[in-house]
Design a protein around this ligand. Structure first.
Ligand code: WTA
Length: 649
């Protein structure tokens, strides 16, 4: 950890939307009277019927209810498109950079975005999709992903994006989970020079029990695909049959905008529900102020639309602000480790937002890949998804930013809709590795983990909770409000529990110490250990499995699996490979186990609970602090595991 601070340069701060004094003043106002503050800032978007009520929030357990702008009506796609048409119809809304650098980039104007979105909205209508219906998107990073999101928003349908790296099984579970009417996909998706067979995956996902689910297919590559007659539709063919105008549906502020499945500490992923008004206000305001977005800037977030970062900071936030947002289909290392920086140079990117895992991977390739590109357009750098180690922060600052670009380390979650803690580039003296402090309206508290008491003062550590609501907060778990309340409001009554631990240092800066639950963060992607365990035990040779995270140089955390086999099965290297591939097919390549250790037995309490604390320590090679093992049913299994671990090398 480093305590050097990096204050914004005076000339930078002078041109920024928010400087240090303005931050103090606005933050104080936002906490003193949230309804007045958000009532004012809600006006940044267009309402069909203006709200008269701003905030109605009840955090009491058993009764959790969160409403913002509840009597207002609006349409998100009209806010992201129509309202810009008179002032910036010809301005580029989306720059699309394909996987292959030799394929031309596309510049999609706001007018074009309007036409494409309306057409897709009308196609969806012609397929029987209406207000409140669910549509699953399983798409690569192509402009049609943004059209599809906005088309759903336009007609009041609720989208649920499934990251294109998820397997057919994981996709099927999510289609089922929200009872989707239509899946939108592409034939195949080029990424890093390889093609993923998206449509084939959809066919496999929909093979059983889904004969009602229609599929709308974007022709991306023209590769051959299997077609389900009567259920599958080509977008380009259907789009020719429909009108180029589609009136936006009038939606209530609290109507759901999207569902996004995310991993939790127990059970299968849950459908996080975000609603219309508060989400858009929050995404737009954080996008503008955290990235200090100014008219005419070219903004690039390298996330995938399959994650929340892509929702809030590639599509909704930037487009609500009338920005130019770059969508990149490829990966940072294809054709080589210079690609990110070449794209920055080619499109004269001003704000660049990526994940620490990418920074660490590129840092390992050497500086030449960066320094050979002209990065003089870049003004602000951002990171998201996991704690950034000071070494990576410094490299990002010195080599990529040339020491002139403020770095915003944005801490937030799928559940929060937008940034909750982050420096503001013109206001905050940043510390490498710290997400610094709260955005407007956010009241972080550090609680003592067991008693739930607030820990006041600085130089303290505990679990991170939020004292009050903000407009972008999730409202419920799709179809399971009880689970929503249990997950976020039961452990610490009266607070939103983030699942993260944190330290507040002597200067009041926040440092995220990682998840305190059974969620691991692999390359900035959340993975529930329970999901990987249930995939492993679904294999016929596996009797038990326990999964923990362990420190990984590039990924932040790696997936460490302890596996016990059925009696009579042999522990072999081939079986390890088989199990690794098995998890990839059950969930997807992002869940691929990094290390599998054979375990003759697992450390359990006498009541049968697996002691993950011990497994984590062994995975970390930290045998000195295993703690009390005397409560274990069979303390000897720990010695066996340590021995196996050491032999593994
Ligand atoms: C972690 C991603 C440290 C954290 C937007 C959180 C971070 C989880 C940061 C949410 C950061 C995200 N510093 N940790 N700047 N950003 N995290 O839902 O553990 O995919 O709870 O949302 O990622 O992951 P999610």
């Amino acid at each position: 950890m480093s305590d050097t601070t990096y204050a914004p340069a005076a000339d930078f701060a002078a041109k920024a939307h928010i400087d240090a004094a303005k931050y103090e003043e606005m933050y104080a106002a936002s906490i003193k009277d949230p309804a007045a503050f958000w009532g004012e800032h809600g006006k940044r978007i267009d309402w069909i019927k203006p709200y008269t009520k701003v905030k109605d929030v009840d955090y009491s357990f058993g009764n959790v209810s969160i409403k913002w702008y509840e009597d207002g009506t609006l349409n998100v796609s009209a806010n992201c498109i129509d309202r810009h048409l008179t002032t910036r119809g010809d301005q580029t809304a989306i720059i699309w950079e394909p996987d292959d650098p030799n394929e031309p980039a596309q510049h999609i104007s706001y007018k074009e975005l309007y036409a494409q979105t309306c057409k897709m909205a009308n196609v969806l209508k012609s397929m029987g999709v209406g207000k409140g219906d669910r549509v699953v998107l399983y798409l690569p990073m192509i402009p049609e992903a943004a059209y599809a999101m906005l088309a759903c928003a336009r007609i009041g349908a609720i989208h649920s994006i499934v990251f294109a790296g998820f397997s057919p099984d994981a996709l099927g579970a999510r289609v089922n989970g929200c009872d989707a009417k239509v899946v939108i996909t592409a034939d195949t998706a080029p990424r890093g020079g390889k093609a993923t067979k998206l449509k084939d995956n959809v066919n496999q996902a929909l093979l059983n029990d889904f004969d009602e689910v229609k599929c709308l297919v974007v022709k991306r590559t023209g590769d051959q695909i299997a077609w389900r007659d009567g259920l599958d539709y080509w977008l380009h063919e259907e789009a020719e049959k429909v009108d180029v105008d589609c009136p936006p549906e009038e939606m209530n502020a609290e109507d759901p905008l999207f569902i996004l499945y995310t991993s939790g500490s127990t059970g299968m992923p849950k459908g996080v529900v975000h609603t219309t008004g508060g989400y858009l206000v929050y995404a737009a305001m954080t996008h503008e102020l955290v990235f200090d977005y100014h008219e005419g800037d070219i903004y690039w977030c390298t996330a995938d639309v399959g994650w929340v970062t892509g929702h809030s900071y590639i599509v909704y936030g930037p487009l609500a602000n009338g920005a130019t947002t770059l969508m990149f289909e490829g990966v940072p290392t294809y054709p080589d480790a210079s690609r990110f920086w070449q794209v920055c140079e080619k499109h004269k990117v001003n704000q660049f937002y990526t994940a620490p895992t990418a920074i660490r991977a590129l840092m390992g390739q050497g500086n030449d890949y960066v320094t050979k590109c002209d990065l003089s357009s870049v003004r602000i750098l951002g990171t998201v998804g996991e704690p950034i180690n000071p070494e990576a922060w410094n490299w990002y600052n010195d080599v990529v930013g040339g020491g002139r670009c403020p770095i915003v380390d944005t801490w937030w979650q799928t559940e929060t809709g937008g940034h909750l803690m982050t420096p503001l580039p013109g206001a905050t003296a940043a510390k490498p590795g710290s997400c610094c402090g709260p955005f407007f309206g956010i009241e972080p508290v550090v609680l003592e983990p067991t008693t739930g008491e607030i820990i006041e003062g600085n130089g303290v550590e505990g679990v991170l909770c939020m004292k009050d609501s903000w407009p972008g907060q999730m409202r419920t778990v799709w179809g399971d409000h009880e689970r929503f309340m249990k997950t976020y409001f039961a452990d610490y009554k009266g607070y939103y529990f983030t699942g993260d631990g944190c330290r507040r240092d002597e200067d009041g800066y926040y440092w995220i110490t990682g998840r305190v639950d059974d969620v691991i963060n692999v390359s900035g992607h959340r993975m529930g250990t329970a999901e990987v365990e249930s995939a492993l035990v679904a294999h016929s040779k596996v009797s038990e499995a326990a999964v923990v995270g362990y420190p990984h140089d590039i990924k932040g955390q790696g997936i460490y699996c302890y596996v016990t086999l059925m009696g009579g099965e042999e522990y072999t290297d081939e079986l390890k490979t088989e199990l690794r591939n098995w998890v990839r097919t059950e969930i997807g390549p992002i869940a691929s186990p990094d290390l599998i250790q054979w375990a003759p037995g697992l450390p359990k309490t006498r009541s049968g609970k697996i002691m993950r604390r011990i497994l984590r320590k062994i995975a970390e090679n930290d045998y000195g602090s295993l703690g009390d093992t005397s409560t274990l049913a069979e303390p000897a299994v720990v010695d066996d595991l340590i021995e196996n671990r050491m032999n593994r090398g």
